[in-house]
Design a protein around this ligand. Structure first.
Ligand code: HEC
Ligand code: HEC
Length: 289
């Protein structure tokens, strides 16, 4: 309820004229120091708007001509110029030479870690630990295509089944059920035989029948005892490491419809120096040979 403005007898201040249930509001003035600070910030902001590009208008620059985007570009160019000599050494060296030279190696490890986070972690995990669904761990001793510096360099440069490079890693497991090579009971038998490599067969008779089917259809790629073959990118089936799942259903699925993991090729996307750094970095993750 607005009432009339009056002097408060206790504090000597005017009231605002507002009153609630008999309570009146004092109109205490703002402290002087606060008010002047406030005016100072307004004055500062006006000067800022004139000097710096503060208005949200495309192309607007202040009187100083300073633009954040140009400043960043300049900083990046300076950083690149500082790194250029090192980058050209990393480009010219082989991964072996980089790994053997402490200075190059330290630089490659730092750069490789950053490049891995940017380009590879989305599929292989932040620490290269891999992910179920066909994304192999790069930090263990199990390699589909090989864990030497040369093999890793080749895989990164040319990719796997991405059809982006003539030198890509390539091999196709047949779709045994989908293409009618095996019947459903035969797929079951051969899956039991695969499980028997890790002593997990649930049906010994089926696993026994599967042995002949395995010898006929699978040995050429996966080896007699399921030890795998790196030339063909056929993974080992006799250990605990599974790309697509260790359970019988996943194995039946792999045999029925086959798997064909795709890894992009990086040879045309990344600087050769970066590929060398990535090679040394991945090799160091734990499984390098
Ligand atoms: C789009 C997902 C994807 C990205 C991104 C990716 N990879 Fe891969 N990578 C794969 C898949 C899938 C495989 C397994 C291919 C196969 O089944 O043979 C693989 C395989 C590999 C292998 C071979 C592993 C072995 O056991 O032989 C290496 C090494 C590798 N990747 C390194 C990298 C590096 C380094 C990068 C980043 C520059 C990268 N990958 C980015 C999906 C990816
Ligand atoms: C032409 C070669 C080839 C033949 C023949 C072949 N495979 Fe494969 N197999 C592969 C390749 C290559 C992969 C890996 C695919 C990938 O990396 O995405 C694979 C993957 C698998 C996997 C998945 C492994 C995992 O870690 O998840 C299983 C299980 C498997 N094969 C079983 C068999 C069985 C059983 C047979 C015979 C009935 C067979 N394969 C025949 C090449 C072959």
């Amino acid at each position: 309820m607005p009432t009339k403005i009056e002097k408060d007898s206790l504090s000597g201040q005017n009231t605002t004229g507002h009153e609630w249930d008999g309570l009146k509001e004092l109109n205490t003035p703002l402290p002087k120091w606060w008010l002047w600070t406030f005016y100072a910030t307004i004055a500062f902001a006006l000067v800022w708007v004139v000097i710096y590009p503060a208005l949200p208008i495309p192309g607007a620059t202040g009187t100083s001509g300073w633009i954040a985007r140009e400043a960043v570009v300049r900083d990046v160019q300076q950083a690149e110029a500082r790194m250029a000599p090192m980058m050209s050494r990393l480009r010219a060296a082989t991964p072996q030479q980089i790994a053997a030279d402490p200075e190059l190696r330290a630089f490659a490890m730092a750069g490789g870690r950053g490049a891995f986070a940017n380009n590879c972690a989305s599929c292989h995990g932040a620490g290269g630990q891999g992910a179920l669904g066909g994304f192999p761990s790069l930090a263990d001793d199990e390699w589909i295509w090989g864990g030497s510096l040369e093999a890793i360099h080749h895989t990164i440069t040319h990719g796997v089944r991405a059809n982006e490079s003539d030198d890509q890693r390539q091999s196709m497991m047949p779709r045994f059920l989908a293409d009618g090579i095996l019947t459903r009971p035969q797929v079951n038998d051969v899956a039991e035989h695969v499980l028997s490599f890790t002593n997990r067969a649930t049906d010994q008779a089926a696993a026994g029948r599967g042995a002949a089917l395995f010898a006929e259809n699978c040995v050429a790629c996966h080896g007699e005892k399921g030890e795998g073959n790196r030339d063909l990118g056929a993974p080992r089936l006799s250990d605990q490491v599974w790309l697509y799942g260790a359970d019988k259903a996943s194995i039946v699925q792999s045999i029925s419809n086959a798997r064909a993991g795709v890894m992009p090729s990086w040879g045309k996307r990344l600087d050769p120096a970066i590929i060398n750094m990535l090679t040394v970095y991945v090799h160091s993750l734990g499984g390098g040979e």
